[in-house]
Each structure stands twice: as structure tokens, then as C-alpha cells.
Design a binder for this molecule. Structure first.
Ligand SMILES: C[S@@+](CC[C@H](N)C(=O)[O-])C[C@H]1O[C@@H](n2cnc3c(N)ncnc32)[C@H](O)[C@@H]1O
Length: 261
């Protein structure tokens, strides 16, 4: 094997690890029954169907990372009905920490559904809602003496908003902190992941337990073809919809650095 290929393979092996973030036997994650029943209440007691939230398995990974690493300070973009928020807040509360949830539409579109859900589960005390878009709210959290242990990005899904969320999450996180993206199946998130790889600041953790069955993968690829989209060939993390990154460096690239991605 050519030395360059060998050294690339070695670098990739170092850059990727396989996750062991399972919650311990008997850990009761509150999101399990909420996701199973498929609805929550808003502030006025009206039922709202849960759509677009993390799955039970993804919620368990979020909580598992916080549990296993003793995270105490966390931030999330895209709160919506508060499913991911509930999983994160439960794990953060157990560590005696605080969770910040950013969403511009909690009082309008979502009619305080997430706030009601947290209050139903007695988790309001460790949660701060920041109502507004992430690009306005995240800079307000920057304080070098109070870095974050965990950031979950699930707000606006276009590439440029995701890039801005990444930029600020990176400023907020300590080395050893965790940066998680939902919707890794979206081209915008996959593109951003390619960019993040050019920066050398994050190690990728694979989550084999989230890998969907072959039939799902084939359906997904068929749907792309039917919609006339270019056939995607880049499926990081075994086609799962979550991207788990650990911050390993704060070093910035030189002022004129650019690697295509
Ligand atoms: C897919 S939902 C989040 C689902 C949630 N994380 C869960 O698992 O239950 C996306 C949310 O992003 C919010 N959003 C839209 N633009 C945003 C922005 N610029 N900053 C932060 N959140 C945004 C929307 O209001 C919506 O609630």
C-alpha cells in the first residue's frame, strides 16, 4: 500500500471512534414514553403531535453522552416541542447543571410546548429558554471562563445557518466538550461535516446502534433518485441521522488556510 494511503487510513482511524454512550440498565429516560405515545400538551393543554423530533434511540445517545461524561453546562439550538430538550435536561439535572435552549418560535409556533413539557417533569429549574434565532442568542452565551460541555444543533437546517451554529458552538465548547448535530442525512449537515473535518478540531464518534436497516437505506437512496437528486455517496456514521463530535483542539488554522470540502 502506498505510504500516503496508509497514513490517511491511520489518520482516519485516529479521527473516528466508536461510541459507548449507553445509559446504564434501569435508567428511566422520560422521553421514552412521550415519544411512544406521540403527543405532548402545549401551554393551554391542547394536544400536539410530535413531528421532527429526535427518536428514542437518539435521545438515549444525547442523555448517555451527558451521563458518561459528567456534562453540566449544555446548549441546544432548535427546541420545538422539547423532546431533545427533555432528554438533555434530565441528564444535565442529574449532574447538577444547567441547559440553555434556543428557539425563535417557542412562544409563537410552539405555544410554549417545550416549557410545559419540562415543567410537567419538574425540570424547569435547570432550564433557561432563550427565545430568538441562534445567531443572536449564542453569542450572548460566550464567556471564556464559563465554557460549555455539550452542544446540540437542531435549529434552522439550511447550510449557512448550520455553519453559523457550528461557529458559535465551537466558541462555546471547552476542549473535551461534545458537539452533536441532528439530521446528518441532510445534504446541508453532511456538507458542514466535511468542512468541520478540514478544521482538525473534532474527533468523530460513530454510533452503530443508530444505524438503520438496509431496507431503509435503499428506500432513502431510491427516494433521492426519484426526486432527481444526484446520487449521494457520502454516508458518514453508517447512514445514521446523528453526528457525534468530541472537541479535541482549540487551535485555529492559519489566517489564509482553506481546504476545499
Ligand atoms: C426540528 S425542530 C427541533 C426539534 C427538537 N430538537 C426535538 O428533537 O424535539 C427545529 C426547530 O428549530 C427552530 N428554529 C428555526 N430557526 C431557528 C434559528 N435561527 N435558531 C434556532 N432555532 C431555530 C424551529 O422553531 C424549530 O422549533
Amino acid at each position: 500500500m502506498a505510504p500516503r494511503i496508509r497514513s490517511n487510513l491511520r489518520a482516519n482511524a485516529m479521527a473516528t471512534a466508536t461510541c459507548n454512550f449507553c445509559l446504564p440498565e434501569g435508567y428511566h429516560l422520560m422521553t421514552d414514553e412521550i415519544i411512544e405515545r406521540g403527543w405532548i400538551h402545549d401551554r393551554n393543554g391542547n394536544r400536539r403531535e410530535i413531528v421532527g423530533s429526535v427518536t428514542k434511540e437518539e435521545a438515549a445517545i444525547l442523555a448517555g453522552i451527558i451521563y458518561k461524561n459528567g456534562c453540566r453546562r449544555s446548549v441546544e439550538t432548535g427546541v420545538a416541542n422539547g423532546i431533545s430538550t427533555l432528554a438533555i435536561a434530565q441528564a444535565i439535572a442529574a449532574n447538577g447543571g444547567r441547559h440553555y435552549g434556543i428557539d425563535p418560535e417557542q412562544s409563537s409556533t410552539h405555544d410554549y410546548a417545550a416549557v410545559s413539557l419540562l415543567s410537567e417533569h419538574c425540570l424547569n429549574g435547570c432550564f433557561s429558554l432563550m427565545e430568538g434565532p441562534a445567531h443572536i442568542m449564542m453569542p450572548q452565551l460566550i464567556a471564556p471562563e464559563e465554557l460549555f460541555d455539550f452542544a446540540f444543533i437542531d435549529g434552522m437546517h439550511t447550510f449557512h445557518y448550520k455553519l453559523v451554529d457550528y461557529f458559535f458552538a465551537d466558541k462555546l465548547l471547552r476542549i473535551g466538550g461534545w458537539l452533536i448535530f441532528h439530521d446528518l442525512l441532510l445534504p446541508s449537515v453532511k456538507k458542514l461535516y466535511r468542512f468541520i473535518q478540514t478544521q482538525g478540531k473534532y474527533r468523530t464518534w460513530n454510533t452503530p446502534q443508530l444505524e438503520p436497516p438496509m431496507a431503509y437505506k435503499l428506500r432513502h437512496i431510491a427516494a433521492s433518485l426519484i426526486k432527481g437528486k444526484p446520487l449521494p455517496t457520502f454516508w458518514p456514521n453508517g447512514f445514521s441521522n446523528l453526528l457525534v463530535l468530541e472537541k479535541i483542539s482549540d487551535a485555529e488554522r492559519p489566517w489564509n488556510h482553506f481546504n476545499d470540502f
